[in-house]
Write a protein that binds this ligand. Sequence first.
Ligand SMILES: Cc1ncc(COP(=O)(O)O)c(C=O)c1O
Length: 345
Amino acid sequence: MKGFASDNYAGVHPEVIAAIAEANVDHAVAYGEDPWTARAEELLRDHFGPAARSWLVFNGTGANVLAFRALCRPWQAVICAETAHVNVDEGGAPEAIGGTKLLTVPTPDGKLTPGTVDTHLLRVGDEHAVQPRVVSVTQSTELGTRYEPGELRELADHAHAHGLLLHVDGSRLANAAAGLAVSLAATTTDVGVDAVSFGGTKNGLLGGEALVLLDDAVGEGTTYLRKQTLQLASKGRFLGAQFVALLEGDLWRTSAAHANAMAARLAVAVERIPGVTVTQRVQANAVFALLPPGVAERLQRDVRFYTWDESTGEVRWMCSWDTTEDEVDAFADRIAQACGAAVAG
Ligand SMILES: Cc1ncc(COP(=O)(O)O)c(C=O)c1O
């Protein structure tokens, strides 16, 4: 059985493999001066609007660090949720490589609000305090929830009113947009977002993300910063080709919508099992749950998934573009059996 550990455990979508193979002919100019990269940048403008400027990079951590380097000066900081990937899962790269302090906010659901942002605005103008410059939200969040476009609009307006910028870690932006049944721009450009780390890897690419800047006034030197941040691919055509496969048609949306549907199916199935509590709203491709004592460990002998919070035992189940209905149903059956055995003692 496939696991439910991470959408990164899934392989590469066959259409992406085909696009890489098709690009693997002759020679092409290196470092992104190739027709595939040009087409990918054009498609990113189609999806995010004509003002979108993009830089293809290898991975999501790189996109986030590059974003912070592009948006912040050395005395400036990024406000984010405590649970943000940039805070807990990037090995300190924003601080160590980006030189950016993170100002974190506790949240019940991974989502910032204007009020929580305010807790870090009290010392604006105080030369002894780091100065907030960016509000970074994750869409969809690390807890499988998502922002409504209106919520992002409020955050963007609030940030701008205080001289801050709004960055979206969109490693799973496609899952949010697919779930909301809107365009990529509707949850970014149209609501005042300034910068997006747009994810491809979790949505079927071999490896590729893009930093997309939506605000003309920011990002001086980003081209040089990408190289300095070790994110300029020499054989850039293969990054470009992957994004063309993802964005030229509907692949980005169908793959993400499928992963979301599998998570929704799993949530419906496990909610019926006595002893299982789904702990977060299932609004993307993740299900978070509490299980009776011992059940997670029993299941983890055969199926890979993470215990998200060791202190509470909360688990995370992720679905991906290649998760099937049969796999979800079989996993839900296993959970039911394990819970039944736990109850029977
Ligand atoms: C919210 C979020 N941002 C960014 C990333 C990108 O990480 P990576 O550097 O592993 O591509 C991930 C991957 O797990 C993520 O979940």
